[in-house]
Design a protein around this ligand. Structure first.
Ligand code: SF4
Length: 245
């Protein structure tokens, strides 16, 4: 696909694995075949994310793929938080808008001949599900209307230690939240986050934590799949009567 002149598009969350993916792609693919796409998550995203992405991708084009509704509005309308098994936040806020923008970009740039390699920084180490994924897949569902679409995980085989080592070797720094003790970086309060990350996020963003806590109590559903209310996880007095399911 490199030799065929395909477009390589990296979905970048601002996190270390996206950054690792950017480093690997820039070492393999020429800049005129590379773009970066980010789905901004608005106020639920860590401050400084867009600036961090811009500062670490050199001169590559950066496309923003916006969803038409933010996460908290969606949760309030639906009355429940997404879960790790039904992660409609990822599909609604990231995958869907990113695919839409990549289709547009490909159409507007016929020099790529409809060929695209869509890249993400997922790693096998992260979970059993991710370890089972093939790093390279032809996407029949996206290969329509003259498109030839490959999904690729360029750092699937990297360890977490290697990601940080490659970032340092490239003379870059990871997003500031890692130095503050966070292990993940995308939504500040993620449905998949560990309790420690939720606690740390609440210390770093107390006003947003209060908004999540109020929303949990309003809809009677918890962000954390442990079903422990955020108020309790973050050390506030529990309000057991309000969290029913
Ligand atoms: S970071 Fe977590 S909460 Fe945010 S969209 Fe991704 S999975 Fe959902």
């Amino acid at each position: 696909m490199i030799d065929a002149g395909a477009l390589f598009a990296l979905s970048h969350s601002g996190g270390k694995d996206s950054q690792g993916g950017s480093i690997r792609l820039r070492s393999l693919v020429s800049a005129d075949q590379l773009i970066v796409v980010h789905a901004p998550l608005g106020r639920v995203e860590w401050p400084g994310t867009l600036a961090h992405i811009r500062a670490t991708i050199g001169d590559l084009p950066l496309i923003l793929a916006r969803a038409n509704e933010d996460l908290l509005a969606k949760v309030r309308r639906r009355g429940y938080f997404p879960t790790p098994s039904v992660r409609n936040c990822t599909s609604d806020l990231k995958r869907g808008p990113i695919s839409r923008e990549l289709r547009r970009y490909l159409k507007a740039n016929p020099q790529f001949g409809g060929r695209i390699v869509s890249c993400m920084g997922l790693r096998a180490d992260e979970s059993r599900d991710r370890a089972r994924r093939s790093p390279f897949n032809f996407s029949a569902s996206s290969s329509k209307a003259g498109r030839h679409w490959i999904d690729w995980l360029p750092i699937h085989h990297w360890s977490e230690a290697r990601v940080f080592a490659e970032i340092a070797a490239a003379g870059e720094r990871p997003h500031w939240v890692y130095a503050k003790g966070m292990t993940g970086c995308s939504c500040s309060f993620c449905i998949m986050a560990t309790r420690d990350d939720l606690r740390r996020a609440a210390q770093l963003r107390p006003r947003l934590a209060a908004e999540y806590i109020a929303l949990e109590e309003e809809i009677g559903h918890t962000l954390s799949p442990t079903r422990i209310p955020l108020r309790e996880i973050t050390g506030e007095a529990p309000a057991p009567a309000k969290i029913a399911r």
